[in-house]
Design a protein around this ligand. Structure first.
Ligand SMILES: Cc1cc2nc3c(=O)[nH]c(=O)nc-3n(C[C@H](O)[C@H](O)[C@H](O)COP(=O)(O)O)c2cc1C
Length: 394
């Protein structure tokens, strides 16, 4: 396989870096897991500041950013700072980096730490995307435990906060035991495991028996990831002896962090209020309505929740007559915030901007010092990302 990254420095760099002592998971993370709160999993293109803020408001234990490229940050690109920047008051964000080279990883996290001091850094060892694998990053690290451990050590030596890691079960078979032990020995304080192989991508069901087996062999807290969408999923994680991470099940449904703990489903008014606030915060964060297309997939999911079974206990005014498909189409066409509000109002008869529905403080813009895209369009979600979303909006 082609690699455009040099092999990690030999033996000396593989030894524990001077002054590096592994740090345990932050006490508040451990306490949140003990309360059986689920964690918002990293999702490229989705777990930005406005979405993380909603997830936390509904009870997510903590939230992981979209993955950022260590190499780009190490080379001076600012985009990674913007992608992972915390919202106002978000003091415990976990920033995920993908890296193949320990020195680049160290330089990247030092830069991020200087910018906004995240609570922890997470190493991506699960991304199955070819262009990431070809650089020796993501799931490629599963078959290179020495390199993965060297990256964890380098991150730990560069910043004074805990390091965590997230892996899949393997590349094309269950084989993550060695890399899991290597990164834990190197100091990783928490390991998250997506219960699929990279070859499976997102197909089939996550293998929770394999997650449980891996977790039982490790001396650190483990988070299981895959198909958790309700209280039964939480119970399955508990039975496996691990905490739960939620990814797709939270898209357009941030209240899932409440319902997985046995909390009430959202009322229709709440869904409308949350959809509106998400759109409003998104526009405020990205500095303009040009950013709305990036939210389309989630707005579509909100449409289903607003008119579908999620909020079924609240009757719809029959004179409104719009079904979820009509609302979804209207939301996906919306290029202005006012159109989002009008579509929600028209389809449900509920006023989205009612202050008493607002579960959150006011929206904040991404601080200019961290934006790599001020004045530029944020990227639209890719076809692949829209495919991932599809199961949640059908
Ligand atoms: C659109 C999308 C983007 C993702 N991006 C990342 C990422 O940046 N880093 C990562 O470790 N996992 C990423 N994942 C994997 C998720 O964190 C999670 O492990 C996986 O989706 C299984 O959980 P789920 O069944 O709850 O979706 C992504 C998944 C999706 C659907």
């Amino acid at each position: 396989m082609h690699r455009d990254v040099a092999a990690p420095p030999s033996d000396p760099a593989r030894e524990p870096a001077a002054g590096w002592a592994p740090r345990p998971a932050p006490a508040r993370f451990v306490a949140a897991l003990a309360q059986e709160r689920a964690v918002l999993a990293p999702m490229a293109g989705y777990t930005d500041a406005p979405f993380r803020r909603l997830a936390r408001a509904f009870g997510a234990a903590w939230a992981v950013t979209e993955m950022v490229s260590a190499r780009s940050l190490a080379l001076g690109d600012a985009r990674g700072l913007a992608i992972s920047a915390p919202h106002e008051g978000e003091t415990d964000v976990v920033v995920q980096v993908f890296a193949a080279d320990p020195d680049e990883a160290a330089a990247a996290v030092a830069r991020l730490h200087a910018a906004f001091a995240p609570a922890a850094f997470d190493l991506n060892m699960g991304c199955p995307v070819k262009k990431v694998l070809h650089r020796g990053c993501g799931a490629e690290l599963i078959r290179d435990p020495q390199r993965a451990a060297a990256i964890v050590r380098a991150i730990g030596a560069a910043v004074p906060v805990p390091v965590t890691a997230k892996t899949r079960l393997g590349l094309d078979r269950v084989e993550a035991h060695e890399v899991a032990h290597a990164v834990v020995e190197a100091g990783a304080a928490i390991l998250a495991v997506h219960g699929r192989t990279a070859a499976q991508r997102y197909a089939g069901s996550a293998d929770w028996a394999a997650i449980a087996e891996l977790a039982a062999a490790l001396p650190v807290p483990v988070l299981g990831s895959g198909d958790v969408t309700d209280a039964r999923g939480m119970a399955r994680a508990r039975a496996a002896g691990v905490g739960a991470m939620i990814a797709r099940g939270a898209l357009g449904r941030p209240w899932v962090f409440r319902t997985v703990r046995g909390g009430p489903p959202p009322t229709r008014s709440e869904v409308v209020g949350v959809a509106w606030r998400h759109a409003r915060d998104h526009v405020a964060w990205y500095g303009g309505e040009h950013a709305l297309p990036r939210l389309r997939g989630q707005l579509a999911a909100y449409a289903v929740a607003a008119l579908g079974a999620d909020a079924g206990s609240e009757p719809i005014d029959p004179r409104r007559g719009r079904d979820a498909t009509g609302l979804r189409d209207a939301l996906m066409r919306a290029s202005r915030l006012a159109e989002v509000g009008a579509a929600l109002r028209e389809a449900t008869g509920i006023e989205p901007e009612r202050e008493d529905l607002d579960p959150l403080p006011g929206a904040s813009p991404c601080p200019p010092a961290w934006t790599g895209w001020q004045g530029r369009r944020p990227r639209r979600s890719s076809t692949a990302e829209r495919r991932w979303l599809a199961p949640t909006i059908d």
